[in-house]
Design a binder for this molecule. Structure first.
Ligand SMILES: *Cc1c(COP(=O)(O)O)cnc(C)c1O
Length: 452
């Protein structure tokens, strides 16, 4: 097979897989999992034919996938891939561009600049902000928090790049009790020390409790969130932002998926968020681009581009070159699937997808209540948090659902007790899938209760 024949063969396999999504098991069965041992071969001393590698990948690999790109997957906040985003990614892989700077790839630099501009418009964030594209919200949060600390230190006359941290003025970090683990990971890697983080308690809904807000000052970074990972809740930005602004604190927003509410009629939940200093969001979750795709957005563009600067004698570039805005020096142009998605959906299409997911989540909440489950959260956006009447039953329901292969979601903990969590975030999920899911959940619960 020559290279074109191999690509054509891969395309046929990819198309067959995609066509099978609505009907395939959502989590692999035990046979498919056992089949994974077929990958367990020694490193070949001599190379093998590429078509054979492709066949092995498809024959053994495809059955062992989770159908997270299908309509019946409700796990985590995964999101499927929009066809145009996948198609653009296909072409992009043929280009094999390095998105560091204009010199590396004029088309990547042009489209990532445009994607960043559109993003600021659709999310209605300060238009002067810099937008860096990265692999994940985790990596982009790390970029934003490193920038925040460096900038606050600079405001206090400390040159972080030259002098590092030893002897530096102390920078305090306030996080929510429900801050996402990846924000804590970023803070830990940056050397803040978990025991030094100041934890703001939350109210029953999971929002930072305004009555117990820790003190803020101009040496404080406060991390707020748009879209708590279990409940989908939003911190009360309208109340918090003026306090943080008045104190001179740096506000970072984790909006991995929830920031996209701003592109819909649910924007009011995020009122005030535009006053923050930095924001992180994902493309690979609610916008339904393929993995890995995320954005670091910073109001103070020079602060981000100096903190992330990677200019070298052999590779100098403009301040807004992508290698100067996030962690990666070399990567593929992740802004291109964002651009392709936004261009294809338009403002209306993005709003319609998000609003539909929220409506479907509400239907799921109602259906689960009718089936006898306790819905724990107020279903503000696309997340439904619920449980059965006891801890043991909750676990049994999760297991029965997961082994059914008909749909999939994961368990979680809410206020120290086991709970179940559904997210509607795939463009493929329609009302019929949700109705089927509700019937399935009601049947599972009935059968488990009948078994006693
Ligand atoms: C998924 C998620 C993250 C981490 O995003 P990655 O892109 O997986 O690194 C952070 N915060 C929240 C609220 C999330 O849902």
């Amino acid at each position: 097979m020559n290279d074109l024949e191999l690509l054509a063969a891969a395309d046929v396999r990819a198309m067959n897989y995609t066509a099978s999504l609505p009907t395939r098991r959502v989590f692999p069965d035990s046979g498919a999992l056992a089949g994974l041992t077929r990958f367990d071969e020694p490193l070949p001393p001599q190379g093998l034919p590429p078509e054979q590698t492709l066949a092995l990948l498809d024959d053994v690999g495809s059955p062992a996938t989770t159908a997270s790109n299908g309509p019946d997957y409700f796990g985590f906040v995964i999101g499927a891939s929009l066809p145009v985003a996948t198609a653009a990614e296909r072409l992009m892989i043929a280009w094999d561009q390095c998105a560091s700077s204009w010199d590396n790839s004029p088309v990547s630099a042009t489209l990532e600049l445009l994607a960043g501009k559109w993003l600021l418009e659709i999310l209605d964030l300060p238009r002067e902000s810099a937008v860096g594209f990265g692999t994940s919200a985790t990596a982009c949060t790390l970029s934003c928090l490193a920038t925040a600390r460096r900038e606050l230190l600079q405001r206090h006359g400390w040159d972080f790049d030259r002098d590092g941290l030893a002897g530096a003025p102390e920078i305090r970090v306030v996080i929510s009790e429900l801050t996402h683990i990846t924000v804590k990971k970023a803070l830990r890697i940056l050397g803040f020390g978990l025991r030094h983080l100041i934890v703001a308690p939350v109210n029953g809904r999971g929002q930072i409790d305004l009555l117990h807000l820790p003190e803020l000052d101009d040496r404080t970074i406060i991390c707020l969130q748009a879209g708590e990972v279990n409940s989908g809740e939003f911190d009360d930005f309208a109340a918090l932002m003026p306090l943080a602004r008045a104190a001179g604190a740096w506000v970072h927003i984790d909006g991995a998926f929830g920031l996209w509410a701003r592109a819909s009629k649910f924007k009011a939940f995020t009122h005030g968020i535009e006053q923050a200093d930095s924001w992180t969001t994902d493309g690979h979750k609610w916008l339904n681009t393929p993995y890995d795709c995320a954005m670091a957005i910073c109001r103070h563009s020079a602060a981000l581009s100096s903190a992330m600067n990677a200019d070298a004698g052999y590779s100098a570039a403009s301040q807004d070159a992508q290698k100067n805005l996030t962690l990666e020096f070399s990567r593929r142009p992740r802004g291109i699937p964002v651009w392709a998605s936004l261009r294809t959906l338009g403002r209306d299409g993005v709003a319609a997808m998000i609003e539909r997911h929220c409506l479907l989540a509400q239907q799921i909440g109602e259906g689960l209540s009718e089936a006898g489950f306790e819905v724990i959260n107020r279903v503000v956006i696309n997340q439904v948090l619920f449980r059965a009447s006891s801890e043991a039953l909750t676990l049994r329901v999760r297991e029965a659902l997961q082994t059914s292969g008909e749909a999939w979601f994961a368990g979680t903990f809410w206020q120290g007790k086991a709970a179940l969590r559904v997210s509607v975030s795939s463009w493929r999920t329609e009302e019929i899938h949700v109705q089927k899911f509700i019937v399935l959940m009601a049947r599972i619960y009935r059968e488990i209760l009948a078994e006693g």
